[in-house]
Design a protein around this ligand. Structure first.
Ligand SMILES: Cc1ncc(COP(=O)(O)O)c(C=O)c1O
Length: 399
């Protein structure tokens, strides 16, 4: 049969990080020991009280459709939980439930972005932003971060130039950033608020890692006056509660936008799985000790990995206070190994050591003028003893 795929499909991107998993699996099948630093997944169990809540919900017959926006008790719980931690007030009309945080990106853009509208998004960043902006016909404007001794800072001049030239209507902001582990200080966050208010822009605040913090208080841009009414928060249960495969998230923001988003739910998935929504209530309202333990485990891994990497000549990484990623400048080793490309560097290292990681190229298109070479280590899917072992083989190969 002869057919052609719709043209729009050529604009749809993907998470090329899955190809990294595949190359690691292929090597593992040949008997190579793999040290998985490529996964943004968590190898820790979902807290038991959440599993029990789901079992109970199934037994209680919570197996039918729900409203497209989600069940009211979960929407209320999310409104309270998100509002309280951010110092603002939300009600049920501000909350729509989704199968994960990821769907919020495309749905939000479909509702607020006209074809041809310019949208600012972080690059390197979560690759779905670029994919969805382009898929729905927007002009994707990648803004970058500048490495400093204490972490990555947004290139403000670049954003200001884009604003002048393209008049973007939306800015995507991922504070507590994947893959950089970056976080804004007050000055940076106030500056984003100012520029979006002055230019009448909407903000998609991807807060997937808001609760993945090792010390201090997290802060959301919605707490700045004038921001709550122009910001949609992407929230997910995936990371904080080790629930990546459950698929549970929410959009929290202006009711009018969320009503339209719920209409997309009706047209797409109909609703998020009924009994999973009950598990979400248990996650939010239940015992927080298991999540504290998850954070303690992640902190131990972070410290071992940062110390180990910093003991390798040519590498210097600051200790991020958030996420479970390290974005590492490996330019010196890249050159020393005579690498032809980042993919060549990744494969050479993987084949020689079994250490598997993503590179900068998995987080949006590489931009002109990028000279330094970066790779990302995720420590959410690998235990401390394996981190230590992996670092030892890596060190031997790279030195
Ligand atoms: C920055 C960021 N946003 C959103 C998501 C989506 O998470 P999920 O769809 O599992 O809720 C992820 C997952 O890795 C992420 O890193």
């Amino acid at each position: 049969m002869n057919y052609t795929l719709a043209k729009r499909i050529s604009r749809l991107g993907t998470e090329t990080a899955y190809a990294v998993s595949e190359s690691a699996s292929k090597l593992a099948m040949k008997g190579k020991k793999i040290y998985p630093f490529h996964l943004g997944d968590i190898n820790l169990p979902t807290p038991f009280h959440i599993i029990e809540a789901m079992n109970k919900a199934i037994k209680d017959g919570k197996t039918g459709y729900t409203p497209a926006a989600g069940i009211l008790p979960l929407r209320q719980a999310v409104a309270d939980y998100i509002g309280q931690a951010r110092g603002v007030k939300y009600n049920v009309d501000n909350v729509v439930i989704h199968p994960g945080g990821k769907p919020v990106i495309g749905k939000f853009l479909q509702v607020v972005m006209e074809e041809g509208d310019a949208v600012l998004y972080p690059n390197p960043g979560y690759p779905i932003y670029e994919s969805q902006i382009e898929y729905f016909g927007g002009l994707a404007l990648p803004y970058q971060y500048i490495p400093t001794k204490t972490g990555f800072k947004i290139d403000r001049e670049q954003v200001e130039n884009y604003v002048k030239k393209h008049k973007p209507t939306v800015l995507i902001y991922n504070n507590y950033q994947n893959p950089l582990g970056a976080e804004s200080d007050d000055d940076e966050m106030n500056w984003i608020a100012k520029i979006t208010i002055e230019n009448n822009m909407l903000v998609l605040s991807d807060e997937a890692y808001f609760d993945v913090r090792y010390s201090g208080q997290a802060k959301s841009i919605v707490s700045i006056p004038g921001m709550q009414e122009r910001t949609m928060i992407l929230h997910t249960f995936s990371k904080t509660f080790a629930m990546t495969g459950w698929r549970l998230g929410a959009s929290i923001g202006p009711a009018e936008i969320n009503n339209a988003i719920a209409k997309i739910n009706t047209n797409d998935e109909a609703c998020t799985t009924h009994f999973i929504q009950y598990a979400g209530i248990a996650a939010i309202q239940g015992d927080r000790e298991p999540t504290r333990q998850i954070m303690n485990t992640l902190r131990d891994r972070r410290d071992v990995l940062v110390n180990g990497l910093n003991s390798i000549p040519g590498i210097s990484v600051p200790v991020p206070n958030t996420t479970f990623y390290l974005f590492v400048d490996i330019t010196a080793i890249y050159n020393k190994l005579g690498s032809k490309s980042l993919e060549d560097f990744r494969m050479k290292t993987l084949e020689a050591t079994g250490v598997s990681f993503c590179t900068r190229e998995h987080f949006g298109k590489t931009l002109p003028g990028e000279t330094r070479k970066f790779i990302r280590f995720a420590y959410s899917g690998i235990n401390v003893d394996q981190i230590q072992e992996g670092l030892a083989v890596l060190k031997k190969f790279w030195m």
